[in-house]
Design a binder for this molecule. Structure first.
Ligand code: B16
Ligand code: MG
Length: 224
């Protein structure tokens, strides 16, 4: 059976949250807004525009539209400097093993990320060629938990949503996958990602037998 496996990027394939944090922190500093790593956690999977809106809300600050645009582009320029230095050592453990296992079983693979920088990052870590479809912040109009990003991925691969499996590290992403009627696999903390169909700490816990089970079992028989 051919299924589609859709991967989120930040927190699933690589940890770019640390670079977003550095760039957002500098921006918050320049505005005199305190910004903690706990707040950065709340920006995971959230779009660039919404992230800046949230930081301004936390700091109780309002700025003009021009300044908003300027700050967004300054933040992204700084972030681009960090990601320009990325290489294959930044790939999270066992991600290449799972990708290669799926490719060897002739499964379809897509990226489903909120990031407008997703393509550059995949190129930097040399995983770009593993993906048959890439849906990123440039293709979507509605942010997760809206299922749009994953539904577009399924459509590009021509696979029905119930035959898609999503790997996600954010609560909003798990909700998006569930709403899309896809199998959701949480990568991270089971207390945070409890709405997922399956949860793993990271890809080292995902064994070939489990992948075989995902490929052969219809979603209707997936035990929650
Ligand atoms: P950019 P994901 C998300 O990536 C990040 O988790 C989130 O922190 C970021 O704000 C968003 O991409 C937009 O990124 O500024 O590069 O367009 O988890 O959906 O892969
Ligand atoms: Mg993510």
């Amino acid at each position: 059976m051919k299924k589609a496996f859709i991967f989120d990027l930040d927190g699933v394939i690589v940890d770019t949250a640390k670079y977003h944090f550095l760039a957002w922190q500098n921006l918050a500093d320049s505005l005199g807004i305190p910004f903690s790593s706990a707040q950065n956690e709340q920006l995971k999977g959230v779009s660039r525009v919404r992230s800046l809106e949230k930081i301004l809300e936390w700091g109780n600050k309002s700025i003009s539209e021009e300044e908003f645009t300027r700050l967004m582009s300054e933040k992204n320029e700084e972030y681009l400097v960090y990601i320009s230095k990325m290489d294959t050592t930044e790939i999270l453990p066992d991600v290449p093993r799972v990708l290669d296992c799926l490719i060897s079983k002739e499964q379809s693979i897509a990226l489903g990320s909120a990031s407008k920088n997703a393509r550059i990052i995949l190129e930097k870590v040399q995983l770009y060629d593993k993906f048959q479809a890439i849906v990123d912040g440039t293709n979507v109009s509605k942010a997760k938990p809206d299922p749009e990003v994953f539904l577009i991925g399924a459509q590009m691969l021509d696979i029905a949503p119930e035959n898609c499996v999503v790997f996600e590290d954010s609560v909003a992403g798990i909700q998006a996958a569930n709403t899309a009627n896809m199998i959701s696999i949480g990568i991270g903390d089971d207390k945070v990602l409890h709405q997922a169909d399956y949860i793993f700490k990271d890809f080292t816990e995902i064994k070939e037998e489990f992948i075989n089970q995902l490929i052969t079992t219809p979603k209707s028989l997936t035990i929650k």
